[in-house]
Design a protein around this ligand. Structure first.
Ligand SMILES: NC(=O)c1ccc[n+]([C@@H]2O[C@H](COP(=O)([O-])OP(=O)(O)OC[C@H]3O[C@@H](n4cnc5c(N)ncnc54)[C@H](O)[C@@H]3O)[C@@H](O)[C@H]2O)c1
Length: 385
């Protein structure tokens, strides 16, 4: 891949993190940054600095721009970038309204620029592995996703833009879109119903939110997010319930998790082929105990456990012969995986600039789908508040 000159608009917490991560890419040069508080920044030598982002767009050698400002500003900046002939990587959320998101997509189509959204979870190798298993049906049908996320608010004083829905979109739009998109990545399906709940700490700050989503085919996802903890106590748990497996992933940049699954020789082989999976226990199904009905129960449809190689779940029959337990683990640190994710996300956009046939892993369409859910849940939460 050739070398690309990149500009970053918005050089706060995350803009700087992106820059630090991208320094390691030999085919990427961040040549300019723009931030309304440019006077406060100390950028590396050789990087041009602008206070007005429109001036960065006049730099002819910049091919692509990362938009890393607060969410309500994404639409104006994204439109101007693409109209100035710059490809874009837009931070999540794509925008804070569906109308703005659609404007961004129309401008992409009219200008022919490449535009991606920075959904870094799609670039996490462990999540990619689980997505692959899900798509191949290794665990049977995915029926339930439950996200429990307790985030810190120590770095978010009451005046921060995050607490103003007209600037951030609110927690479901600003933050939950990552996890909503993860569900769409694992098991894309038509959205049928959405509802939400919220709690306000005071008139301004919504600090706990929840969304329930029903998808065609029966998958129900729940997203709970609270921003009311010290950083030391941040916790995220993503539970996936399939017909043949329970998976629990830990952390919002998951590095590992646990699995209990019913397998057959083919699905076991697929699992064991993953470098991230370690088997800790395997029991032949005829030796495993099924305690859903205690001994002595009057009528049971299954006479002998030994006959139970074909199991039914919902209306689906599965051939299985073992129950296995194990753990998923990437032997890497969270900062490494996070930085690799933002590198892969930018490289995906650059690959598409070089080769228009390259399919973007995080397209604007994915940004729109997750935004639809987040906005419907937020509207529902505010109506029922
Ligand atoms: N993908 C991820 O994992 C991830 C993580 C954190 C943040 N984000 C996203 O990144 C974006 C920025 O978040 P952040 O935490 O860095 O916020 P931040 O407040 O730390 O930084 C935003 C920066 O943008 C600048 N800015 C705002 N409006 C501007 C304008 N009109 N012109 C020029 N500069 C402007 C601000 O001065 C600030 O320096 C948000 O969309 C957020 O959701 C994504």
């Amino acid at each position: 891949m050739r070398v690309f000159n990149i500009g970053i608009i918005g050089y706060g917490g995350f803009g700087k993190f992106l820059h630090n991560a991208w320094v390691a890419l030999e085919n990427v040069q961040v040549v300019a940054i723009a931030d309304k508080n440019a006077g406060m920044l100390s950028p590396p030598i050789g990087v041009k600095v602008f206070t007005a982002w429109a001036e960065l767009l006049l730099e002819k050698d910049i091919e692509a721009v990362a938009i890393v400002t607060e969410p309500a500003t994404h639409v104006e900046i994204a439109l101007a970038c693409m109209q100035a002939g710059k490809h874009v990587l837009i931070e999540k959320p794509l925008a804070i309204s569906l109308a703005d998101a659609e404007k961004i997509m129309q401008t992409r189509d009219q200008t022919g620029m490449v535009a991606g959204i920075d959904f870094i979870m799609r670039f996490n190798p462990l999540l990619q592995t689980i997505q692959g298993f899900t798509q191949q049906g290794v665990f049977g049908k995915l029926r339930r996703v439950d996200v429990e996320n307790y985030a810190q608010d120590e770095q978010l004083p009451p005046e921060h833009w995050f607490w103003y829905p007209e600037r951030s979109g609110g927690i479901l739009v600003e933050h939950a879109v990552h996890f909503i998109d993860l569900v769409h990545f694992f098991a894309p399906a038509k959205i049928l119903k959405v509802n939400g709940l919220k709690h306000n700490r005071n008139l301004q700050q919504e600090d706990q939110v929840m969304a329930n989503v029903l998808y065609e085919g029966g998958l129900i996802a729940t997203h709970y997010h609270a921003f009311s903890r010290p950083g030391f106590f941040e916790a995220t748990l993503i539970k996936l319930a399939y017909d043949l497996a329970d998976i629990e992933l830990m952390g919002w940049i998951p590095l590992g998790g646990t699995l209990k699954a019913l397998v057959n020789p083919q699905t076991k082989e697929a699992l064991l082929a993953s470098p991230f999976f370690e088997l800790t226990e395997a029991t032949a199904i005829e030796n495993a105990s099924d305690e859903s009905r205690p001994k002595g129960w009057g009528i049971s449809l299954n006479t002998e456990i030994g006959d139970r190689k074909t199991l039914r779940s919902g209306d689906i029959a599965y051939e299985v012969n073992e129950i296995v337990s194990g753990k998923f683990q990437m032997l890497r640190s969270k900062p490494e995986v996070y930085a690799d994710g933002v590198r892969a996300s930018l490289l995906d956009v650059l690959k598409k600039i070089e080769n228009p046939e390259h399919p973007l892993l995080a397209s604007l369409e994915t940004g729109l789908e997750s935004l639809k859910v987040a906005i419907r849940a937020s509207d529902s939460a505010r109506q029922t508040a």
